[in-house]
Design a binder for this molecule. Structure first.
Ligand SMILES: [Zn+2]
Length: 246
């Protein structure tokens, strides 16, 4: 059976001398593993559409539960990422997070648009990369079922009001008010506002807020560690990204 799908290559692996096995995050079928015969060859017509970051219209042959790539037209290659190592490494981290955390063959159109929007913004280079990273990490965690509760104190169940500080329990994804706060991570009111916006905001608008550099750094600490705790894994692409910042 021939399938026409739209998706982005989030992982590529060489198979034998000439072939590749790619993981494509598609709109229609979620994350699927696809054999791309001969795609390693530079002259292959599958060469450009089987590369990391290639967002394409794919024609895929499905036989039982196996997929193989027939053809592909590149819609967007996110080529501009290659102009800046920081953007490129962050982009690779985003792909790896999707590859690791998303279930196979389950559609998640919101995660796909989150990924595409994040990569577009990295290419544009106008927004803080650290902010893009935090938004991506936190909203992705929500989409895969790890939405933190940043409204009520987990102990006294009082609402944390605007302008109040609170403690974030990174391992649990909960917050405590200042009275109940134990010695965990203190969040400023601005960071709480940002987190609420990222968690509950319309996915098309979640990058459209501004905050101070100090808040971005706090937010980044929270979202990065929250991801590591929830996925129980630190991605090697994250280590690489951090190594080039030093
Ligand atoms: Zn409390």
């Amino acid at each position: 059976m021939l399938l026409k799908v739209q998706g982005i290559v989030i992982r590529e692996a060489v198979s034998g001398e000439k072939d590749k096995v790619i993981t494509v995050f598609t709109k229609e079928y979620g994350k699927i593993s696809v054999f791309a015969g001969g795609a390693k060859g530079k002259k292959s017509r599958l060469s450009s559409c089987s590369q990391l970051f290639s967002y394409c219209d794919f024609v895929i042959f499905k036989n039982k539960e196996k997929y193989s790539l027939n053809d592909g037209q590149v819609i967007e290659s996110f080529f501009d990422l290659t102009k800046d190592l920081e953007s490129l490494s962050l982009g690779q981290y985003f792909l790896q997070l999707c590859d690791y955390s998303l279930p196979e063959r389950e559609t998640c159109p919101e995660a796909l648009s989150l990924l595409l929007n994040s990569l577009h913004l990295l290419c544009k280079g106008e927004k803080s990369k650290t902010l893009i990273k935090s938004v991506f990490e936190l909203r992705l965690m929500c989409l895969i079922g790890f939405t933190p509760d940043v409204i009520l104190c987990s102990k006294c169940e009082e609402e944390i009001k605007e302008g109040e500080k609170a403690y974030f329990l990174i391992t649990e994804g909960k917050i405590n008010c200042e009275k109940c706060g134990i010695n965990t991570f203190l969040m400023t009111p601005a960071v709480i506002t940002c987190m609420r916006f990222i968690i509950y905001g319309d996915i098309k608008k979640i990058f459209s807020f501004k905050t101070s550099e100090e808040s971005i750094q706090l937010l980044n600490y929270i979202t990065e560690n929250y991801c590591i705790f929830k996925l129980e894994k630190k991605m090697d692409t994250l280590d690489f990204y951090k190594s080039i910042l030093c």
